[in-house]
Design a protein around this ligand. Structure first.
Ligand SMILES: Cc1ncc(COP(=O)(O)O)c(C=O)c1O
Length: 482
C-alpha cells in the first residue's frame, strides 16, 4: 500500500470512529418530533403494511402504470379548493381563489380546480393561453408577472380578462397604449411589496413611496380602470403572525390610498404563499450535519402550521373588520394559492433501482429512478417518504436516497429512515403537488405520467413521456428502420 493510500485509509477509519462516538450524542440531542403517518395523506395501511389510496393499492399502480409516476388524490384536491372558497362561520363573505398555474400546470388538475370554482392566476403568455384553452372564462383570469410580453398584453386586454396586475410603473404606459389601440378599458391592479417580503424584480415598494406614485400615475390614465391592490408576500406564510404582517401592511396601504388619492379599492389581491402543512423548509446547516452522521431531522409538526381554514377566517375577520368599522364597503378578496392548494394532493411513486453496500458508518445508498430531474424541490424542502409495501417486521435504518442522473449532485435525501429496502421496492415521495411537475426536466430520462384517483377509480391525466416526445422539436435523420 502506498503512503498516500495508507494515509487515506487512516483518515477514513478515524472519521468513522468520530462518527461512531458523535452519532449517539447527536441523536440524543436532536429535537424530538412526531413521525408523520400515512393517514395524514388519507393513505390506508393494510395489515401486511401495503399502502393504498381509496382502496387502490399503490403497489398495483406502480406495476400497471410504470415508475416514476405522479398520483393525484382527486378528493383531497376538491377539499382544499372548497376550503379556500368557504365562508368562515363568523364572516359575512368568502374569498375568491385563483389557482397559481405555475405551481402545477397539469391540465387534468387545473380543469378539476376550475370545475370546483377556482379561477386561474397566470404569469406568462403560455399560461394565459392554457387558461383560455381550458375554457376558463376571461373574467376568471388574473394575469401577473414581471415579464409580460406586448403580445400577451394585447391578448389579455382584447379578451377582457378579469384582472391584470401591473408589476412595475414601466408597464403602465404599455398597458394604456394597448388599451387605447383596442378601444378597451382593462381592469388593473398594482403589485406592491412590503419590507420583509419578496421585492427585487417584483412590484413597487410601499416604504419608498414608489407604490403610491404608481397608483397616482395609473389613476391619471383614463384608459385604465384601477380596481385592485396586489401583494404576494413570497416565501412561506406558516403562522398567524406572518399573515398578520401581510394584512397589516396591505390594509394600512389601502387606507392610505383612500386618504391620499381618494381610491376605493374593489379588490384586495393577497397573492399566495400559504404553507403546505406537511412540507417543511430544510434547515440547511442542521440537516447537513445530521445527514453526515446518518441522522434524519424530525419533520415540522403539521399542527403548528397555519391551515387553510384559519388563514381564510383571519383574512375575512381583519378585512371585514377594518372596512365595516370605517363604514366602507368591504372589497372583494382574491387569493392566489399554489402550494397550499395542491402540495399535499399528489405524491410521486418511484422505484429503488440499485442498493449499495453500507459505508462503515452504516449508511446504505439507494439509487432511485426519480431524482433531481423530477423531484428537485425535495432537495430544499423536507418531504416525507414512505415505503409503499414494507416487509412485515423489518427494522428501520437510514438510507441515502440518490437519483438516476449521472451526477454526484443528484442526492434527494442525505439520510432518510426507511424499513429495510430491496431492489425493485416502491417508495412514495409525499407532497409532490407543488413545484415538482413544473421543475421537472427530461434530463437523461423521460418525465413521469400522472394519474388521478377518485373513490377507487383511476384516471390517467398525463401519459408518460416517450423518447419520441423528447426529440419532437428536433430535425432527425430518416428512420434507419429495424
Ligand atoms: C404572484 C404569485 N401568486 C401566487 C403564487 C403561488 O405561491 P405559493 O405556491 O407560495 O402559494 C406565486 C408563486 O411564486 C406568485 O408569484
Amino acid at each position: 500500500m502506498s503512503k498516500r493510500e495508507h494515509r487515506k485509509k487512516a483518515w477514513s477509519s478515524g472519521r468513522d470512529w468520530v462518527k461512531k462516538i458523535v452519532r449517539p450524542v447527536a441523536k440524543a440531542a436532536l429535537p424530538k418530533g412526531r413521525e408523520l403517518q400515512p393517514e395524514e395523506w388519507r393513505l390506508e395501511r393494510a395489515p401486511d403494511g401495503a399502502l393504498s389510496l381509496g382502496q387502490v393499492e399503490l403497489r398495483a399502480l406502480f406495476e400497471k402504470w410504470g415508475s416514476p409516476l405522479h398520483v393525484v388524490d382527486g378528493e383531497r384536491l376538491d377539499e382544499n379548493a372548497a376550503r379556500f372558497m368557504a365562508r368562515p362561520p363568523a364572516a359575512a363573505g368568502s374569498c375568491e381563489a385563483y389557482y397559481s398555474y405555475k405551481t402545477n400546470p397539469v391540465p387534468g388538475v387545473l380543469r378539476r380546480l376550475h370545475e370546483r370554482g377556482m379561477g386561474a392566476e397566470v404569469v406568462s403568455a403560455y399560461e394565459l393561453w392554457l387558461a383560455l384553452r381550458l375554457g376558463v372564462p376571461p373574467g376568471r383570469i388574473v394575469y401577473n408577472g414581471p415579464a409580460k410580453s406586448p403580445e400577451s398584453v394585447i391578448e389579455a386586454v382584447r379578451r377582457e380578462i378579469g384582472l391584470l396586475n401591473v408589476n412595475s410603473r414601466a408597464e403602465l404606459a404599455l398597458l394604456a397604449a394597448t388599451a387605447r389601440q383596442l378601444g378597451k378599458r382593462p381592469r388593473i391592479g398594482i403589485r406592491v411589496t412590503l419590507p420583509g417580503g419578496w421585492s427585487g424584480q417584483f412590484g413597487e415598494k410601499v416604504q419608498t413611496g414608489a407604490a403610491m406614485e404608481a397608483f397616482r400615475e395609473a389613476l391619471a390614465m383614463p384608459d385604465l380602470d384601477v380596481v385592485a391592490l396586489h401583494c404576494h408576500l413570497g416565501g412561506e406564510i406558516a403562522s398567524l403572525d406572518r399573515l398578520d404582517f401581510l394584512l397589516s401592511g396591505v390594509l394600512a396601504f389601502a387606507d392610505e390610498l383612500r386618504a391620499r388619492l381618494g381610491l376605493d379599492l374593489e379588490i384586495l389581491d393577497l397573492g399566495g404563499s400559504l404553507a403546505c402543512p406537511t412540507v417543511g423548509p430544510r434547515q440547511r446547516r442542521a440537516s447537513r450535519v445530521a445527514e453526515a452522521l446518518g441522522l434524519q431531522l424530525p419533520p415540522r409538526p403539521p399542527e403548528d402550521v397555519l391551515g387553510i381554514d384559519a388563514y381564510v377566517a383571519r383574512i375575512r375577520e381583519r378585512v371585514e373588520g377594518q372596512f365595516t368599522a370605517k363604514g366602507r364597503a368591504t372589497p372583494r378578496v382574491f387569493l392566489e394559492p399554489g402550494r397550499a392548494a395542491t402540495g399535499n394532493t399528489q405524491f410521486l411513486l418511484c422505484r429503488v433501482v440499485r442498493l449499495r453496500e453500507p459505508e462503515p458508518s452504516g449508511l446504505a445508498w439507494a439509487v432511485l429512478d426519480a431524482g433531481i430531474n423530477v423531484a428537485d424541490a425535495a432537495r430544499s424542502e423536507s418531504h416525507q417518504v414512505f415505503a409503499i409495501a414494507p416487509r412485515p417486521g423489518s427494522s428501520r435504518r437510514p438510507y441515502r436516497l440518490v437519483g438516476p442522473t449521472c451526477t454526484p449532485g443528484d442526492v434527494l435525501y442525505g439520510a432518510c429512515m426507511l424499513p429495510e429496502l430491496e431492489e425493485g421496492d416502491g417508495l412514495a415521495i409525499m407532497d409532490a403537488g407543488a413545484y415538482f411537475v413544473p421543475y421537472s426536466t427530461s434530463f437523461s430520462y423521460p418525465q413521469p405520467g400522472v394519474i388521478l384517483i377518485e373513490r377507487g377509480r383511476v384516471e390517467p391525466i398525463r401519459r408518460i413521456e416517450r423518447f419520441e416526445d423528447i426529440v419532437r422539436r428536433d430535425i432527425l435523420p430518416e428512420d434507419p428502420g429495424p
